[in-house]
Design a protein around this ligand. Structure first.
Ligand SMILES: NC(=O)c1ccc[n+]([C@@H]2O[C@H](COP(=O)([O-])OP(=O)(O)OC[C@H]3O[C@@H](n4cnc5c(N)ncnc54)[C@H](O)[C@@H]3O)[C@@H](O)[C@H]2O)c1
Length: 350
């Protein structure tokens, strides 16, 4: 049993990863400010983990940027932190364009504070949530990890900056074990429908948008461009089921623990591209609902196609995605239909 600090563990990807790690027998301390999440997610995680899992989860409410919060989190581990998984951060591209300083403060400043606290507490194993956004407009599809890091918005700049900071650290202090995981588009939910994505305000991404239209919370979907150079004219993305992603984190931790200190950089994606219209059709089939949509002009900053080459993750972690688009839609709908307003849905609160 390892002790792992999970920053941002109440969020979408964090809550699913907490469940996978609890089920693998680990002890967790979650540090979260709940700025974009709800503590109910962790109560649900405990219900799903069952048994005596509650004895292996400690939740600390606090802000990553405050050393006192980090000290409380490390104190809760009584001197032994075997690894940190660092999810905490802000992720809305459009918001980052309007509030770049906030994004640099939380995503980069928060990460600097975390790394200092890890060093103070003798913990040198870290899994960091990076993003396919760091690739900007990639020249070659599928995208390999060796592609240039050329982000095109403030959110992507902050992810690339933390990646750079981690590379500098790994070069100067060679005992660090670090994985920089570049996620493609995490979607879906735990198949129970008890935890899932809980966006505050209008969703930024296609999948929660489609699912909120299906449930009747938003009137119709806006598709940005049907004249892209793709088979049906809509943009193509690589979607990854959040449970596959969560399992990828466990696989990365095990490799970091079992191998020599290293800096790993891996794409976590399915390697399969789906167009916007394919997602709409698959979601309609899974939900039995119609998803009305309109077409608007292309948005600046969007690309026609973004698909991972996940072969390096498979080679290094022995991990690959197992759940297809239909499963992503069925599980996403199980969550959305039972929680039309996310964790604030009255009927479903624990
Ligand atoms: N979901 C995606 O599409 C996606 C894609 C690529 C990368 N990522 C990255 O993965 C990570 C997790 O994303 P998610 O989708 O679970 O987002 P999320 O918003 O659901 O979770 C983020 C969590 O971090 C917490 N948090 C934010 N700022 C904090 C702070 N200063 N101190 C403490 N806690 C703080 C939030 O309360 C929330 O629980 C983020 O770093 C994100 O940038 C997400």
């Amino acid at each position: 049993m390892a002790q792992v600090l999970i920053t941002g563990g109440a969020g979408f990807i964090g809550s699913h990863t907490c469940l996978v790690l609890l089920q693998a027998g680990h002890r967790l301390v979650v540090l979260d400010s709940f700025v974009t999440s709800n503590p109910a997610s962790l109560r649900r995680v405990l219900e799903l983990a069952g048994g005596v899992a509650s004895e292996r989860l400690t939740v600390i409410e606090g802000d990553l940027r405050q050393p006192s919060s980090l000290d409380r989190a490390f104190s809760a581990m009584a001197g032994r932190c075997d690894a940190v998984i660092h999810f905490a951060g802000l992720k809305a591209v459009a918001q980052s364009v309007h509030q770049p300083l906030l994004y640099w403060d939380v995503n980069v400043g928060g990460s600097t504070q975390l790394l200092s606290a890890m060093a103070r507490n003798g913990c040198h194993t870290l899994v960091f949530s990076s993003s396919a956004t760091v690739y900007g407009f990639p020249e070659t599809i599928p995208i390999q990890e060796t592609a240039p890091v050329l982000p095109i918005n403030p959110y992507g700049h902050t992810k690339a900056a933390v990646e750079r900071m981690l590379a500098d650290l790994a070069t100067s202090e060679t005992h660090w074990r670090i994985a920089r995981l570049r996620y493609f588009n995490p979607v879906g939910a735990h198949p129970s429908g008890q935890i899932g994505e809980n966006p505050l305000g209008p969703p930024d991404n296609l999948f929660p948008y489609v699912s909120q239209v299906a449930v009747g919370r938003i009137a119709r979907l806006q598709i940005y461009g049907d004249d892209w150079p793709t088979a049906d004219g809509t943009g193509i993305r690589d979607y990854i089921h959040v449970m596959d992603l969560a399992e990828g984190h466990l696989a990365a931790l095990e490799v970091l623990w079992n191998e020599q200190p290293q800096l790993l950089t891996l794409n976590l994606g399915s390697g399969i591209g789906h167009s916007v219209l394919e997602v709409v059709r698959a979601f309609e089939a899974a939900s039995g609902r119609t998803v009305p949509y309109g077409v608007a002009p292309r948005r600046a900053g969007d690309a026609a196609r973004s698909v991972a080459d996940p072969s390096e993750a498979e080679r290094r972690l022995g991990w690959r995605t197992r759940r297809d688009l239909e499963t992503m839609c069925l599980d996403g709908w199980a969550w959305q239909s039972s929680h039309p307003d996310g964790f604030s849905s009255q009927a479903s609160n624990p």
